[in-house]
Design a protein around this ligand. Structure first.
Ligand code: AMP
Ligand code: MG
Length: 469
C-alpha cells in the first residue's frame, strides 16, 4: 500500500504533540473503505490486505510519523487545561489531487498520554455513525471531515452498556487544528508556541490572512457559514466544545450528533447536554461564544493587547449579523427565494413557527414544498393554508423557485432511527443497511421514493444519543 505522506505538523516543536505508535489489535477486519476519497488523496491500496493492518493500527505505513496532538478546550463552558488526542493518532498528511493538504488520522487506535481515564478506544456504533454522517454531510455540500475507512478490531471494549465490539475510524480532515489548540498555548502563556501555531494555521488554511486578527476574521466567517449550513439541513452537532471546533471551518468530532425529524428549535440529542447548551437553535450563539474564546487566545501573542482586544471584539461582534444573513439566504432558498431581502424573514419564521407547533418533519416539509404537497405535513391545515397564500404571492416574483428549492432541500438525510438500526445490524455482522445508507446519502437531493425518507414511528424515535462513544 502506498500513501504519499508529506508531513508538516510533525516538524513543529515537540511540545505540540507526543510521538507514539498505535496499539496493535487482535483481528482487524475492514468494514468499509472509501475508494473515491482514497483516489482523491492519491492512495494506492492494492488488494487491501495491507490496508486492513494499517487502518487497524497494526502496521505503520512508510513515511507516516504518528503523533497524538495536544490541545485544551472549554467543555460545556468549563475550561479543561489539557485534553489532546486521547484515542486518536495523526498518521501524517497528504496533498490530494485537488491540491488540498489533509490529515489522515486513526480514531480509536489505543491510549495516549492524553487519554486521562479513557481506554483510547472506540466502539463500532460511533465509528459507523461518524462514517455515515460525515460522508452524508459531504454529499450535502457541507464542510466536514471525511471517512476513509472503518475497521473492526476483534477486541471487546467496555462501555456503560457492557462489552461492545471495538472499531477504528480513519478520518480525513483539512487539519485537526481546533480552537482548543490555540487555547492550550495561550492559557499556559507559551507565546512563542502560540505564534508558531498561528503562523502555521495561516499558511495552511488562510494564506491571505495578514496576522492573528485577520486569521480570527476568516475563522469567524468560516464558522458562521458552517453553522448556517447545519441549520438549513436540521443538523445538531451535539457537543460544540471549543476542542470540537475546527479552525478550517469543517464539521469535526461527530459524537452524539443527529439530524432533526420533527422541527423543534430546542431539540437536543446528547444525553449529557441536560441544559440544552448545544440545542438546535442555540448553535449560532455558541459559534460566537467559541470564536470569542479563539479571540481571547489569539490576542495573547500581540504587543498591544488593548488595541488587539478592541479589534477582536469588533470582529466577533460582527458574527451575529453574518449568521443572520447566512440564515436568511439559506432558509429563503428552502422556500424558493433566490435573493432574499430582510422582509422575507417574517415569512420564513412564520412557517417555522407552524412547523414547531405541529412538530412537522423538517426535511419532509421543505421537500414537500417543492412538490406542492406541504399541506399534508401539517395537522393544523387552516394555519398552513394562510401561510401558503402569502408564500405563493411572494414566490410568484421568483424566476425559478422550484429549482432553488430542489437544491436547498435534501430528500434523504441520515435519520437517527436508521443510524441506530444500522448500528444494531452491524453489531450482529449485517452491514447491508450501512451500505444502503451510504449509497442513498451520496445523492441526497434525489427523489428515489426510498423508505429512508420516512420519519420514525413512535417506537422508532431515538430520544437521546449517549456520549459513551
Ligand atoms: P470528545 O468529546 O469525543 O471530543 O472527547 C473529548 C476528549 O476526551 C478528547 O481529548 C478525547 O481524545 C478524549 N476521549 C474521548 N473518548 C476517549 C477514550 N475512549 N479514551 C481516551 N480518551 C478519550
Ligand atoms: Mg473532540
Amino acid at each position: 500500500m502506498h500513501i504519499p505522506f508529506d508531513n508538516t505538523y510533525a516538524a513543529l516543536p515537540d511540545s505540540f504533540y507526543t510521538r507514539l505508535e498505535p496499539t496493535s489489535v487482535k483481528d482487524p477486519k475492514l468494514l468499509a473503505y472509501n475508494e473515491d476519497l482514497a483516489e482523491l488523496l492519491g492512495i494506492e491500496a492494492g488488494d487491501l490486505t495491507e490496508a486492513v493492518q494499517v487502518f487497524g493500527g497494526n502496521k505503520i505505513p512508510q513515511s507516516a510519523e504518528p503523533i497524538a496532538q495536544l490541545y485544551a478546550g472549554h467543555q460545556f463552558g468549563n475550561y479543561n487545561p489539557q485534553l489532546g488526542d486521547g484515542r486518536a493518532l495523526l498518521l501524517g498528511e497528504v496533498v490530494g489531487r485537488d491540491g488540498i493538504r489533509r490529515d489522515i488520522q486513526l480514531k480509536g487506535s489505543g491510549p495516549t498520554p492524553y487519554s486521562r481515564m479513557g481506554d483510547g478506544r472506540a466502539w463500532l456504533g460511533p465509528v459507523l455513525r461518524e462514517y455515515v454522517v460525515s460522508e452524508a454531510m459531504h454529499a450535502l455540500g457541507i464542510p466536514t471531515t471525511r471517512a476513509l475507512a472503518a475497521v473492526s478490531t476483534g477486541e471487546p471494549i467496555w462501555r456503560e452498556q457492557g462489552a461492545l465490539p471495538g472499531a477504528i475510524l480513519t478520518r480525513v480532515a483539512q487539519s485537526h487544528l481546533r480552537v482548543g489548540t490555540f487555547q492550550v498555548f495561550a492559557h499556559r502563556g507559551e507565546t512563542e508556541n502560540l505564534k508558531t501555531l498561528t503562523k502555521y494555521a495561516i499558511e495552511r488554511h488562510y494564506p491571505d490572512a495578514e496576522g492573528p486578527m485577520d486569521l480570527l476574521r476568516k475563522v469567524c466567517a468560516a464558522q458562521a457559514d458552517l453553522v448556517t449550513r447545519w441549520m438549513a439541513v436540521g443538523f445538531i452537532h451535539g457537543v460544540m466544545n471549543t476542542d470540537n471546533c475546527a479552525i478550517s471551518g469543517e464539521t469535526i468530532d461527530y459524537g452524539p450528533c443527529a439530524f432533526m425529524d420533527a422541527f423543534n428549535q430546542n431539540q437536543v440529542f446528547s444525553s449529557i447536554d441536560q441544559q440544552g447548551r448545544y440545542a438546535f437553535g442555540a448553535q449560532p450563539g455558541i459559534a460566537v461564544w467559541n470564536m470569542a474564546q479563539l479571540a481571547t487566545s489569539l490576542i495573547q501573542q500581540l504587543e498591544d493587547r488593548d488595541a488587539a482586544a478592541e479589534e477582536a471584539t469588533e470582529i466577533v461582534h460582527a458574527m451575529p449579523q453574518m449568521l443572520e444573513d447566512g440564515w436568511l439566504k439559506r432558509f429563503a432558498a428552502k422556500i424558493g427565494i433566490a435573493d432574499p431581502s430582510k422582509d422575507d424573514t417574517a415569512l420564513i419564521e412564520e412557517l417555522l413557527a407552524l412547523m414547531q407547533t405541529d412538530g412537522a418533519d423538517f426535511a419532509n416539509t421543505f421537500r414537500a414544498l417543492c412538490k406542492g404537497s406541504a399541506r399534508d405535513q401539517f395537522a393544523n391545515r387552516e394555519a398552513y393554508d394562510a401561510w401558503d397564500e402569502s408564500w405563493k404571492n411572494r414566490v410568484s416574483q421568483e424566476a425559478n423557485p422550484e429549482a432553488v428549492m430542489q437544491t436547498a432541500n435534501p430528500a434523504v438525510i441520515p435519520r437517527n432511527h436508521r443510524i441506530e438500526q444500522m448500528i444494531e445490524a452491524a453489531v450482529s455482522g449485517d452491514m447491508a443497511l450501512f451500505e444502503r445508507l451510504n449509497t442513498a446519502l451520496a445523492n441526497p437531493f434525489e427523489d428515489t421514493g426510498s423508505d429512508l425518507t420516512r420519519p420514525p414511528t413512535h417506537q422508532e424515535i431515538v430520544p437521546a444519543t449517549f456520549c459513551g462513544t
